[in-house]
Design a protein around this ligand. Sequence first.
Ligand SMILES: [Zn+2]
Length: 215
Amino acid sequence: MGKYLFSPFERKIGKVSREVWVKMLQIAREMDLNKGGIYDARLMAINIWSAPEDKPSDYTFEITKGCLNYPRNFLASIYGEFTEDGGVELYMELYNPARRGHAKRLFEEGKISYEEYKRMLELSEKGTEAEWDWALAKAKWLIETAERESVFKEIVYCPYCGQEFTELKLFNEFILHLATHVNIKSVTLGEDGIYIETEKHTLTPEDYIKTKKGE
Ligand SMILES: [Zn+2]
């Protein structure tokens, strides 16, 4: 069966930056299955669950609520594996417990042979093409959304000389820097951010924040 990391049936589905991986975990948490989504994020894994309204085209098993907030059946996991170059390789594994339970019932009721039972158990770990298509589409959406969201960063910059302050904790430094250009009368928190009143005019967040493409 060769070398594998998580499952003999795993597929390597891509590679992303660590920043994108962190964003993927964050999106998966925001779209958690107990909030009506179909994901749940673990330390280095994202699980994907099928829902009655969102499932593989060949999925005929009953999807129940169990102890969850919404009816969901487990189906796939994305695993992240850190690489030495600072990236994260993504692997996907399928596991269909509903197919496994269905096979067990059929076998116990004498409706299928032992060979058929073993074949169905293997299929529950191997996944069908429709299951893969569906799970891969969910992973693709996560990756693309995370990439889009991590591309643009908000950067604080000096409207007088253009110097950039890339970390928010440097905001105090930014104010001190502004003071080398103008006299600052007050710094106040408004509805949409911090307003900086100078002797000449008031700087609003629009005046000193820009979105910029990250590396
Ligand atoms: Zn400046």
